[in-house]
Design a protein around this ligand. Structure first.
Ligand code: HAM
Length: 427
C-alpha cells in the first residue's frame, strides 16, 4: 500500500478514539488526588517568550540548546512552543502578584509540551504532561508531599513496581564546591568520557552524571557525590526529606547520580520510574524537585518552590504493559430503530428527549432496513429496542421491544422515558 500523501509530523501523534479512555482516566485520577491536596488548576499559553526558558531552564541544557521549537513573529519576537511547565507557572505567579495570596500557592496543570528530540519509544516531540507546583514554602515536608502526590496518581492508576529516586544537589552556597570537585575529577578522567560529555564537562558538568553511555558510567563509578558536599542547611533539609519519606509507604532510594536536566533546581531532586518498565515506556514516568532560585532568575522575589511533572504517553504505555483496566465509553442499553421517511423525520427529537433524561441510546440512521438496524442493536448488546414505524409515527406511539424476553409493547411517545426507565430498573 502506498503511503498517504499527508502524515503526522515526525515525533507527533494522533490520539485515536481507542486511546482516549486512557487520557481521560489519567486526568480523572490526577484531578481527584490534586483536589484532595488542595491544588488549583492553572492553564498557561502554549507559546512563551524564548527568554523565559533560556533564563530558567538554562542556556547550556539540552532543552534550550537543542530541543526548543522556536518561531519568529512578524513583529520579530522570538517565541517558543513551551518545552515544560514550571517556568511558565512561575512567570504567571510573578505576573499576577500571587505573592499577595496566602502562601504556599498550590497549582496543577495538564497539557501538551514540545521538545525537538530524537523520536523513540516514550520520547515524542509533542507529548502531554500533568504537573504540580507548590510555590512559597521552604519546609521539606512540601518536597515529600510533591513526591507523594505524583506517586499517588501513578499508584492509583494501577502501575506496579514504582520506585522513587531522590537526591540533593545542594544550593547556590554549596553546589559551586561540589561542581569544582566534580570538574577536577572529570578532567582527570577525561579520556574515559564520551565526546558529548567531554563538551558537557565544560558547560554543564552535573549533566555528565546521568549520561547513559556505558564508558561514562564506568568512569563515573567513583566520582564525587553531591551529598558529601552539602552545607549544613542543605544537609538538614535532605535529612528531613528522607525522614518524612520513611514514614510513608512509598518505595524510594537515594541516587547520588540523579541531577535532572534543568538549571533551576536546588536541593531535592527526584524521579519516579517503573522498575518493570516495558520497552515502550522509555523509563522515567515523572520528575521534579525544589527550585528556590527560579523566581529570582525570572525577576521575582525570593520565593522558594517545589514541583513535579509526569509524562502522560509514558504512563499510558505503562498502563498497557500492566494491563490496567480503563472503562471505554459505556454501551447503550437502549437502541432506537426507525422505519420509513416520516419516522426518520421524527427520530431526532425523540433521541434528544432521551439524552436529556440521561439515557444513552444507540442508532443506525444511515440504514433504513429494520434487519440491519436490529443487527447493530444486537452487536451493541442493547437490551431494549425502540421501534418507530410509519403507523406509530402517525399515531404518536412507539414500540418498545425487550430483547431478552422478545416481548413487545406499544406505548405513547410521551411515556417513552417512564417506560424505558422501568424496564432498565427491572434488570
Ligand atoms: P522533565 O523531567 O523534563 O521535567 O519532564 C517530566 C516528565 O515528562 C518526564 O519524566 C517524562 O515522563 C515526560 N517527558 C519529558 N520529555 C518527554 C518526551 N519528549 N516525550 C514524552 N514524555 C516526555 C519537567 O518538565 C519539569 N518541568 C518538572 C518539574 C515541575 N519540576 C519542578 N516542577
Amino acid at each position: 500500500m502506498s503511503k498517504p500523501k499527508f502524515q503526522t509530523v515526525t515525533g507527533m501523534h494522533d490520539i485515536l478514539p481507542q486511546d482516549q479512555a486512557y487520557y481521560e482516566k489519567i486526568q480523572e485520577v490526577a484531578k481527584k488526588v490534586f483536589a484532595f491536596y488542595d491544588f488549583e488548576k492553572i492553564d498557561t499559553p502554549i507559546l512563551e517568550d524564548a527568554n523565559l526558558f533560556i533564563k530558567s531552564v538554562g542556556e547550556n541544557t539540552d532543552i534550550v540548546e537543542k530541543e526548543m521549537f522556536t518561531l519568529k513573529t512578524k513583529g520579530k519576537d522570538s517565541l517558543v512552543l513551551r518545552p515544560e511547565g514550571t517556568a511558565s507557572i512561575m512567570r504567571a505567579y510573578i505576573e499576577h502578584g500571587f505573592l499577595s495570596l496566602p502562601q504556599p500557592v498550590r497549582l496543577w496543570y495538564y497539557g501538551p509540551f514540545f521538545r525537538y528530540e530524537k523520536p523513540q519509544a516514550g520520547r515524542y516531540r509533542q507529548f502531554n504532561q500533568f504537573g504540580v507546583e507548590i510555590i512559597g514554602e521552604t519546609d521539606p515536608i512540601v518536597d515529600v508531599q510533591t513526591i507523594l502526590v505524583m506517586y499517588s496518581v501513578l499508584n492509583d492508576l494501577g502501575l506496579k513496581g514504582l520506585m522513587v529516586k531522590v537526591n540533593s544537589i545542594g544550593d547556590d552556597n554549596c553546589r559551586p564546591l561540589y561542581r569544582k570537585a566534580l570538574v577536577k575529577y572529570l578532567r582527570e578522567k577525561k579520556t574515559g568520557l564520551c565526546s558529548d560529555c567531554q563538551k558537557r564537562m565544560k558547560v554543564n558538568p552535573l549533566r555528565v552524571l546521568d549520561c547513559k553511555n556505558e564508558k561514562c558510567q564506568e568512569t563515573l563509578a567513583s566520582a564525587p557525590q553531591s551529598v558529601d558536599y552539602l552545607c549544613d542547611d542543605c544537609k538538614k533539609h535532605l535529612k528531613d526529606v528522607l525522614e518524612y519519606l520513611d514514614e510513608l509507604k512509598v518505595p524510594y532510594c537515594l541516587d547520588s547520580r540523579l541531577v535532572r536536566g534543568l538549571d533551576y533546581y536546588s536541593r531535592t531532586v527526584f524521579e519516579i520510574e517503573s522498575t518493570k518498565a516495558g520497552e515502550n515506556t522509555g523509563g522515567v514516568l515523572a520528575g521534579g524537585g525544589r527550585y528556590d532560585s527560579l523566581s529570582k532568575m525570572l525577576g521575582g522575589g525570593e520565593t522558594p518552590a517545589c514541583g513535579a511533572a509526569a509524562g502522560v504517553e509514558r504512563i499510558i504505555a505503562e498502563m498497557k504493559e500492566n494491563k490496567a483496566r480503563v472503562s471505554f465509553s459505556s454501551v447503550p442499553e437502549i437502541f432506537f430503530a426507525q422505519i420509513g421517511p416520516l419516522a426518520k423525520k421524527k427520530s431526532l427529537p425523540i433521541l434528544e428527549d432521551l439524552r436529556k433524561a440521561g439515557i444513552k441510546v444507540g442508532e443506525a440512521f444511515g440504514k433504513d432496513a429494520l434487519k440491519a438496524q436490529l443487527g447493530k442493536a444486537s452487536r451493541l448488546g442493547s437490551k431494549v429496542v425502540l421501534i418507530l414505524g410509519q403507523r406509530e409515527a402517525l399515531n404518536n406511539m412507539i414500540l418498545v421491544r425487550n430483547m431478552q424476553t422478545a416481548k413487545q409493547v406499544e406505548v405513547k411517545q410521551e411515556d417513552i422515558i417512564k417506560e424505558v426507565k422501568n424496564i432498565l430498573k427491572e434488570k
